[in-house]
Ligand binder design. Structure first.
Ligand SMILES: [Zn+2]
Length: 309
């Protein structure tokens, strides 16, 4: 939660102040967190967001973009969540909303946004910013690679997914209690999202963690394969030593041909040596395959003897 606030503050500090982008950002607030409350005479636009910093941003945009009147920010709490609501009024609220290209307030669809609203890239990023500020959560980079958007309806979730796909991301959808969740789960997607939101230091924090994780994985893989090799070598050596013991207890090592007897004694003396090392210890230009061949013969003799005894 604290990290989400940090990211949001960075996003707001770096946000484009162009009118077109602020309009798109406010439209996202309305679409993804807004609903209309029908009162005695005029409808009220209510924005429901998860953090005070987002509520303050919504208030600033409502004033700048549409000159709306603003009520107090109210905090609500249920067993599962906290949220903040801000009420926005104007005599001609619906006309004002449609004037900036927002026709459908409750259920956002591609058709309910005028085409101009998301025409340029800066405005699409503004709309994405509004989506994140009103509904987004992000976990600290050390805790994983998860960004979530918590939405009120399936239609809103679908619209959020469609927007994220326009930025080349791969969103996933799920439902938790009565909330519709859209989430990203790869480092690359989280980084691309933060980049498009203008959260550069958060973007780099994820990049750093990703690099560290990748190095760690490589090291772990190497250590594991090294370990597996060592275990394999140790198991084979133990088997060979047992074979030599069996021969000794049955026919005695002296009964072996000299080359095999030499090999058996050498193996006993150097239980940890690899075949390469044994070949070197054997000297006389012997190779690894000569060692391997003799060891196999010793094991074969032992197993025949073992069968008999
Ligand atoms: Zn723009």
């Amino acid at each position: 939660m604290a990290f989400t606030n940090e990211v949001i503050e960075e996003i707001i500090a770096s946000a484009e102040e162009r009118a077109c982008c602020e309009r798109a950002e406010f439209a996202a607030f309305v679409h993804f967190s807004g609903y209309l409350r029908i009162g005695h005479d005029q409808p009220t636009l209510v924005l429901r967001v998860t953090r005070p910093v987002s509520a303050r941003r919504a208030v600033a945009l409502a004033r700048r973009v549409l000159g709306l009147e603003v009520g107090p920010i109210t905090r609500y709490e249920s067993a599962f969540e906290k949220w903040y609501e801000v009420e926005l009024y104007a005599d001609d609220l619906l006309a004002k909303l449609s004037h900036i290209g927002i026709a459908g307030v409750v259920t956002p669809t591609e058709e309910s946004l005028s085409r101009d609203l998301l025409k340029s890239k800066c405005c699409r990023q503004g709309y994405l910013r509004g989506l994140f500020l009103s509904t987004g959560y992000i976990l600290k980079p050390e805790k994983g690679r998860n960004v979530e958007f918590h939405l009120n309806s399936e239609e809103a979730a679908r619209e959020a997914s469609r927007l994220l796909k326009k930025f080349g991301l791969t969103p996933h959808e799920t439902k938790r209690r009565h909330r519709y969740i859209v989430y990203l789960k790869s480092y690359d997607d989280v980084k691309a999202l933060l980049y498009n939101l203008g959260a550069k230091s958060a973007h780099f924090a994820f990049e750093d963690i990703q690099v560290v994780r990748e190095i760690k994985n490589t090291v772990n893989r190497l250590v594991n394969s090294e370990l597996a090799n060592l275990q394999k070598t140790a198991r084979s050596a133990a088997r060979q030593l047992r074979a030599i013991d069996t021969i000794e207890k049955t026919i005695g090592l002296d009964a072996l041909p000299p080359a095999l007897r030499e090999m058996a004694l050498l193996r006993r003396e150097h239980p940890d040596a690899t075949f390469d090392e044994l070949a070197e210890l054997l000297g006389g230009g012997h190779t690894k395959s000569a060692v391997s061949h003799r060891i196999r013969r010793l094991e074969k003799i032992a197993s025949e003897l073992g069968d008999r005894h």
